[in-house]
Design a protein around this ligand. Structure first.
Ligand SMILES: Nc1ncnc2c1ncn2[C@@H]1O[C@H](COP(=O)(O)OP(=O)(O)OP(=O)(O)O)[C@@H](O)[C@H]1O
Length: 271
């Protein structure tokens, strides 16, 4: 049986009001449960990790809360820049697109899903700036160069296409493309998955620094508790589409309450 959800108030410097509120979100694929009755809030500047084994519903949930997949039931509300809390599935298409381009980022596990592989690295970053109204070529190029530097890509690669980059470089470019417009909320789906361990470690370090410096709110899906430990303030553990435990990351890893979380934590401590 699942243990009751424990929603702790985050012990981090965050805004007073939640940025996003998720209430009773469920998604069914025919008779199969994708995710069921998920509830949480996320505050500005907070990093929430959604963890669980393959098939536990992490990606389904991430897609439901980022307007990529309408839930079968429940509501997802978001605090717009004017301070108003809006139901995301009540937004018009133009409002939704604006949100995706300006206020949100989405870092995919496979960089090819988040990049345009046949335009230059500089254009990949510059495009997002143009989408928010920047029209000055010199400014766009200077900002793109600055962002390539921030993600540790040499400036002399600015005109290269990402297909000429390594996996780690592509992922860093995808991160630059997402962060250049100063979003308030970034969704990440296994951002270090599929990379070598040493590349993963460097990328995690970089991500941690950027998230901290920019004060980003992040919802990150990972099956890797080490990633959750390093990046997140709060963790939500999923199993069979349901949240089995939810709390501050340190507390949850030091003193897991749900039998399933205990099993997950003990299995990484044994290796
Ligand atoms: N398009 C779909 N059609 C039918 N069932 C689906 C679909 N997408 C996901 N599911 C099912 O929903 C459940 C949750 O899948 P989901 O991909 O959200 O899990 P996950 O935790 O993200 O797994 P992984 O880590 O392997 O990506 C699984 O039982 C899966 O088979």
């Amino acid at each position: 049986m699942n243990v009751a959800v424990n929603i702790d108030q985050p012990n981090v410097e965050v805004g007073d009001l939640p940025l996003m509120s998720v209430r009773s979100v469920s998604k069914h694929y025919g008779a199969r449960i994708g995710c069921a009755d998920v509830n949480f809030d996320i505050w500005p500047g907070e990093v929430l990790a959604i963890v669980g084994e393959s098939g536990s519903g992490k990606t389904t949930l991430l897609n439901c809360i980022s307007t990529r997949l309408p839930p079968s039931a429940g509501t997802v509300s978001y605090r717009m820049r004017d301070g108003e809390m809006r139901d995301l599935y009540g937004l018009g298409e133009a409002e939704r697109r604006l949100l995706l381009r300006t206020d949100w980022g989405f870092v995919h596990q496979n960089p090819a899903d988040g990049l345009r592989m046949t335009v230059s690295a500089g254009a990949n970053v510059g495009e997002r700036l143009m989408a928010v109204g920047d029209r000055h070529y010199g400014n766009i190029r200077a900002t793109a160069t600055d962002w390539l530097g921030r993600v540790e890509i040499d400036a002399d690669r600015i005109d290269d296409q990402p297909r000429a980059f390594s996996g780690g470089m592509r992922q860093r470019l995808q991160i630059a493309r997402n962060l250049v417009t100063a979003p308030r909320l970034v969704f990440m789906d296994e951002p270090t998955g599929g990379l070598d361990v040493s590349v993963q470690a460097r990328l995690l370090d970089l991500l941690r620094g950027l998230v901290h410096d920019l004060g980003l709110a992040v919802i990150i899906v990972t099956h890797d508790l080490a990633v959750a430990r390093l990046l997140s303030h709060r963790m939500m553990v999923m199993k069979d589409g349901r949240v089995v435990e939810h709390g501050l990351t340190d507390r949850l890893l030091d003193d897991p309450q749900a039998p399933y979380t205990q099993l997950l934590v003990s299995s990484i401590l044994q290796v």
